[in-house]
Write a protein that binds this ligand. Structure first.
Ligand SMILES: *Cc1c(COP(=O)(O)O)cnc(C)c1O
Length: 390
């Protein structure tokens, strides 16, 4: 099997599983307990917190563990909105956010908030000037993702953070795809709230975090006990949190060389597809792009058919976003960069990990080339188009 869907989720690294195991079997005590069995878990949670804070240039007390990226996004967006009733009811976000942010915004619209969904350019980039122009005196929150999960475009979040800070508006960034892939420093980038998730960087599923800059008054989202300094109730997912810490340590230690290697593999993949498969278009920015992301649209094929045939060849890939698979609607991200419905439906996303080899990628392109040719051979539209141009 060749796994090329690392933006959907990653394999939990063996050393991460190893680090987690004792917290299921031996050190299973409740970290809230006074006894020493609880203190082992408590220490491990704090060690993970220290690693995560270090990775972001944050302080330990600014890191709050959650059940994943979705919860972190929901908490950031909804709590930020609801905590500022006197200041205004306007939020600025983009058309290419993950559904965790978009649907939280849509929920807020039903509660009477106003949301501006910014357009992006044809490369999927947010324009800071356009964002600035969208701000109003009653704007309370800006939420712009650090890097996009479908097309990999990396946003100018430092510039956006500076604009937000200058206007005293809260700035949230969904960094689920960016964390562990590109350097992120919450001070330098002037970020107030940042979401991340363990399973996108070889950690376990079901654990994430929200960074809350100290001084930002963000009310609790999950109410209950006093865990996470009374801001996020619920007995800590100790093994998950330990795994998150181990995964971040691993990802950070290898970030530079991994990025360099993945970028080379990515560009090799892009070059081969562009030169060997006609009528295709690269989605997303060519260079301001996550090291492991390749996204293409192929005319005259259905992405779903390509995926099924790739699967039969032992290759796991994705069309658009995993969260929307099973739905016939084309991806909102691909529509936002200007693709027509049929172009968006002919899209394919291949996302790499540090473990993929050049041989695997070459095998994948060979299969892809053959599959697309086979599908196009059945398309009268393609037969027609090939005589003219794509
Ligand atoms: C995967 C993803 C999420 C959701 O994170 P979960 O931990 O799966 O809930 C949010 N935002 C982006 C950009 C993602 O890629």
């Amino acid at each position: 099997m060749i796994y090329l869907d690392n933006a959907a989720t990653t394999r939990t690294a063996p050393e991460v599983v190893e680090a987690m195991l004792p917290y299921f079997t031996e050190n299973y005590g409740n970290p809230g307990g006074i006894y020493s069995l609880g203190s082992a878990g408590r220490k491990a949670v704090n060690e993970a917190r220290r690693i995560l804070a270090g990775a972001l240039g944050a302080r330990q007390e600014e890191i709050y563990f959650t059940s994943g990226g979705t919860e972190a996004d929901n908490w950031a967006v909804k709590a930020a909105a609801e905590s500022r009733p006197g200041r205004g009811r306007h939020i600025v976000t983009t058309k290419i956010e993950h559904n965790a942010v978009l649907n939280a915004c849509r929920y807020l619209e039903k509660q009477g908030f106003e949301v501006t969904y910014l357009d992006v350019d044809e490369n999927g980039m947010v324009d800071p000037g356009r964002l600035k122009a969208a701000l109003r005196p009653d704007t309370i929150l800006i939420s712009v993702m650090a890097a996009n999960n479908e097309i990999g475009s990396i946003q100018p979040i430092g510039q956006i953070g500076a604009i937000a800070r200058e206007r005293n508006i809260l700035f949230h960034t969904d960094a689920v795809q960016a964390f562990g892939q590109i350097p992120l420093d919450v001070e330098a980038l002037k970020i107030d709230l940042l979401s991340a998730s363990a399973h996108k960087l070889n950690g376990p599923k079901g654990v994430g975090m929200l960074y809350i800059r100290s001084g930002v008054e963000l009310p609790a989202f999950v109410h209950g006990g006093a865990q996470e300094r009374s801001r996020r109730a619920g007995t800590e997912n100790v093994p998950g949190i330990v795994g998150f810490g181990a995964a971040v340590k691993r990802a950070l230690g290898s970030m530079e060389e991994r990025a360099e290697r993945e970028t080379q593999l990515r560009d090799h993949l892009i070059r081969r597809i562009e030169s060997e498969i006609p009528c295709c278009r690269l989605n997303g920015h060519r260079s301001k792009r996550l090291p492991g992301n390749v996204s293409f649209s192929f005319s005259y094929v259905e992405g779903e058919s390509v995926l099924i045939m790739l699967d039969m060849a032992g290759i796991c890939a994705s069309s658009g976003s995993a969260c929307t698979s099973g739905s016939p609607d084309p991806s909102h991200v691909l529509l936002a960069i200007g693709l027509k419905h049929e172009e968006a439906r002919g899209s394919l996303r291949l996302t790499l990990s540090g473990e993929n080899t050049r041989e695997e990628l070459d095998t994948a392109v060979d299969s892809l080339k053959e599959i697309i040719q086979r599908l196009r051979d059945m398309s009268p539209l393609y037969q027609e188009a090939i005589r003219t141009r794509c």
